[in-house]
Design a protein around this ligand. Structure first.
Ligand SMILES: [Mn+2]
Length: 318
């Protein structure tokens, strides 16, 4: 079974690296640190490489050991979490490619199965929730610290237990954590309700610019590098902007576009409410994700990008 092979590789490996996608959200950082803390429980000291992440995750146990890079090139084992494609591992994908063995653990239906071993469950609302299955199978106790990391992933990806992927296991797990004394409401507040000043300023710009299209079925807004500079924004400050449009009555698809550094084009984030499979739309541009949340990168100037993405979304509207 896949889980046996994963455990065998972990036991065998003398050097392990944990990797996740660029612009890591709470599920990415939470899953990485949950696995890091769990491996420590069984005497394995893994490297977690996350070059940049929002400082709102600094409360998570283990962040002080996160590395920006490593001088080891050929790890015995590389484990990728919450990343649907190798491309999402960005400029640190080489640690994955050059490892003797590679494992992918993910919950994206669009996962390309790019590891030697792949453990992917699209029914799981968060990658972090898959780790519960894994750790239980390995008989690794989910401590308060590990639980805090996993819960952060689940709260982020379910929007605080409100998206449709939230299932029975989610609540059973939360009940277990409460039994262990984890302060669920405090984590909830830190992850979902607290925002930084710069993040608020960026959001204000995006709100002012938000446009309604096609009979209010679609919203569109964007942020440029100049905007980010003007508010001195930090990594992760744009998180959640795509949800502004999604929460407005009658809106089916919310589109948020953000300019990327170093002429890498624009990052398009898509959310839908009822029927548009935004993962299909994202795939047309080489991206991916979930039916209700997906993203892709598009090159060109702002207006070209806007026209391209709006035209594709339009084709999916009822
Ligand atoms: Mn995720």
């Amino acid at each position: 079974m896949t889980l046996d092979s994963i455990l065998e590789e972990i036991n065998k490996a003398e050097s392990i690296v944990i990797l996740t996608h660029e612009n890591p959200d709470g599920d990415a950082v939470g899953s990485s640190l949950a696995l890091y803390n769990a491996l420590k429980e069984i005497g394995k000291n893994a490297d977690v490489i996350i070059p940049e992440y929002s400082r709102c995750f600094q409360f998570l146990p283990g962040t002080e050991n996160i590395k920006k890079e490593s001088n080891i090139e050929n790890y015995d084992l590389a484990i990728s979490l919450d990343a649907a494609t190798i491309k999402m591992l960005s400029t640190w994908a080489h640690y994955f490619e050059n490892a003797k063995c590679s494992i992918v653990i993910d919950h994206h239906g669009t996962n390309t199965m790019y590891g030697d071993i792949n453990f992917v469950n699209p029914d799981s609302p968060a990658c972090a929730q898959i780790l519960i299955v894994l750790l239980n199978y390995f008989n690794i106790e989910i401590t308060k610290d590990i639980g805090t990391c996993i819960l952060t992933g689940i709260i982020t990806d379910t929007g605080g237990f409100k998206y449709s992927g939230t299932n029975v296991e989610t609540f059973e797990f939360v009940a277990e954590l409460l039994n262990k004394g984890v302060n669920v409401s405090k984590i909830y507040r830190r992850v979902l309700e607290t925002t930084t000043r710069t993040s608020f300023e960026l959001r204000r710009i995006a709100e002012t610019r938000l446009e309604f299209l096609f009979d209010n079925k679609v919203t569109f807004t964007y942020i440029t590098l100049d905007d980010e500079e003007s508010v001195h924004s930090e990594t992760g400050d744009h998180e959640g902007i795509v949800n502004i449009g999604k929460c407005i009555e009658d809106v089916e698809v919310s589109i948020f576009v953000r300019e990327l550094k170093d002429n890498r084009g624009w990052k398009v984030s898509l959310r839908s409410n009822e029927y548009v499979n935004v993962s299909d739309v994202a795939l047309l541009f080489g991206g991916g994700g979930h039916p209700r949340a997906a993203g892709c990168n598009i090159q060109g100037d702002m207006n070209t990008v806007k026209e391209k993405i709006i035209n594709e979304v339009k084709a999916y509207l009822k």
